[in-house]
Design a binder for this molecule. Sequence first.
Ligand code: ATP
Ligand code: MG
Length: 428
Amino acid sequence: MAKPFQAIRGMNDILPAESALWQALETTAREVLAAYSYQEIRLPLVEKTELFARSIGEVTDIVEKEMYTFDDRNGESLTLRPEGTAGCVRASIEHGLLHNQIQRLWYIGPMFRYEKPQRGRYRQFHQIGAEAYGMVGPDIDAELISLTARLWRRLGIREVTLQLNSLGSSAARAAYREQLVAYFTTRQGELDEDSQRRLQTNPLRILDSKNPAMQPVIAEAPSLLDHLDAESQAHFAALQDLLDRAGIAYDINPRLVRGLDYYSQTVFEWVTNTLGAQGTLCAGGRYDGLIEQLGGSATGGIGFAMGLERLVAMLAAAGRSGADSVPHAYLIAVGDAAQRTVLALAERLRDAGPALRLRMNCGGGGFKAQFRRADHSGAQFALILGEDEVNAGTVAIKPLRDAQSPQITLPQDQVAAWLCVAALSKVS
Ligand code: ATP
Ligand code: MG
C-alpha cells in the first residue's frame, strides 16, 4: 500500500469538528465589520515579490526569511502573500479606489510565512484585516480600535488588553533612530545576535525583541514618545481622548513597534496572556507613507490584522462551540418504490423547511442498516419511507432521542412544518 501523504509542516487542516467554531467567528466578524460599513475586498493569494519587498521593507523578518517565493513559468518572481495590506493597497491604487475617495475595506483569508511552527504560529495561517484609506485624523484610528473592541465583546473575549503607542512622523522617527543607535552602541556587548544585526539594519526592531535577556537593555533605551513631533503628539493625545470618551481602556507601551516597516504614528496591539508566548491577537497601525510608496498619490492609511487561529484557540479554551451541524432528521427509504421517490421527497422537504438539516440515506441498505446510520448521525428523528408510505403519500416519523414519544405518521406535505416546530424549537 502506498504511504499516505501528510500536510506540509505548519499548514493545518481545519477539520469538520473545528470548522463550526471558525464559521461562528467569521460570521460575527462580518456582522461587526458591516455595522461600521466596511466593505469586503477579495484579493489574489499571489503577488509580485517586489510588491512585498517594497512595502513591508527589505530588512524585516518577513522579507528576509519568511516569504514563500518562487519563479513562475515566465521566470517572474512571485510570492504567496505573507500579509494583506500590500495587496489591498496595490488593488486600491490599480482600480482607482483611492482617487479623491475614502475607503473602508476588509479582507479575510490565508497568509503564508516560513516561520518555526509552534502553538499559535503556523506557516499557513488566517487573518481578518481592515484598512481605511483617505483619512489622516485620529477619528478613524479610534473607529478601527472601537470596531475591534466591539468584536471582542460580541465574541465574549474578555481577557485581552489594548496596547497603544505612537511612532511619530517619519522625520521624528529618523531622529529617534539615531539616538537609539547611539544608545544601543554603548550597550553593544549586551545585545543578542539578532539585535546586533538589527542595530545596522532596523534598530527600532530591537525594541520588539522577545528575548528575556534583552529586556533590561531595552527598558533603559530612550523612549520614542519623548521624541514625537508636535503634530504626532496632538494626534496621539486626540486619539487617547476619543478612546477615553468611548470607554475603551488602553495601556501606553512606548516599546511597541511593528514588525513591518511601513507604520507611522498610531500603532496598537490587542494582547492576551491566556495563549502562552503567542499572545498578540490583533495588530495594527497607521501607514501614511505606504500608498505613495506603492505609486499612488499621497493619502492616509490605517489598518489592522487579527490572527484567526489564535482567536479560535481562545474561543475553544472558553468552551465555545460553533453552530450545530448535526442533522435534525435522517431520511430512510426501504424498497424499490421508496428508493425511486425519496430524492424528490427530500427536495420537497428542503423547499418547505429551508432551515431544516436533513440527511438522506445514500448507499442503500436494508431497514436495520439504515436505521443504525440514522441513530449514528445524531439526528433527532428518523423519517421512514417504505412501500406503504409511498402508496399512502405519507412518512413515518420516529423520535430517536426520546424513548417516551411515539412514532407517528403524517401526510408528506405536512412533514416539513411538523419538523420545523419539533426539531428547530428543540435546538434553540
Ligand atoms: P509576531 O510578532 O507574533 O510575529 P507579527 O508582527 O509578525 O507578529 P502581524 O504581521 O502584525 O504579526 O500579523 C497580525 C496578526 O496575525 C498577529 O498579531 C497574529 O495574531 C497573527 N499572526 C502573525 N503571524 C502568524 C503566524 N505565523 N501564525 C499565526 N498567526 C499569526
Ligand atoms: Mg512575525
